[in-house]
Design a protein around this ligand. Sequence first.
Ligand SMILES: [Zn+2]
Length: 276
Amino acid sequence: MNSKSKYFIVSVLTFLVIACSSGFNLFSDSDDMQLGTQFSEELKKNVNDYPVYQNSKLKDYINTRIFQHILKSPEVKKRNTYNYQLEIIDNDTTKNAFAVPGGYVYVYTGLLKYLNSEAALAGVLAHEIGHVERRHSTRRITSAYGISMVLGLALGDNPNQMVELAANLFTGLTLLANSRSDEDEADEFAVNALVSSRYYPGSVKFFFEKMKADKLIEEGGNGISTFLSTHPDPIQRIEVANQRMKSMGYGIKHFTDTGDGIYNNEYKKYILTKLR
Ligand SMILES: [Zn+2]
């Protein structure tokens, strides 16, 4: 090997080491799509753990009224690239929502029953869309799985790798846990995406405010909800959302507020009363 090709290899390896450790994403948009599709297939196979909520009217309402409404925001750059889809998981004990690459967003009935306004739900959904748009999952996979897998994918020497990866991700849902900075980025995205919507842009914090009011979270304490294991620092996130509202010239609204941009009556009428 001559010194030129040695230099080339060292350069490539250096690039990959930096890439894999710095939040860089070596997946393509179509990889994200493929991974998301595989993942949703895994979910469908595990109906016991992830039963789909059988109320298409309610799902249609949430999808049309809130999810698609948010997707119209100019902040959503990949609405035509990804296959954005909303699914409701029939599980009343889990107050959670999550997103997988490529646009699949899942929300639990436990969260739907807990929230009290369309704005609060819009905040959660906009946050999850933010994870998809910013591609947090595959960015984290890039750093977690490292060079060998990424090289393998890039060289295409194992066509089943995407299937395996989706299965691995599925058995270890924690791998999808987002870092504190990813959470903040998704919260910021939610605020910006909701500016052009009918909903109060700071509503991403409403869930946490209600949790705090119900003493389900406390400052410096350990949360009891699974939501917290993937969504750290809820108290700080409330404060950051308030700061963002102030700096953007909005008033501070609370999760118990009614009126412009909240839509609590609609939530009660079209969502809460329709949930079994
Ligand atoms: Zn999140």
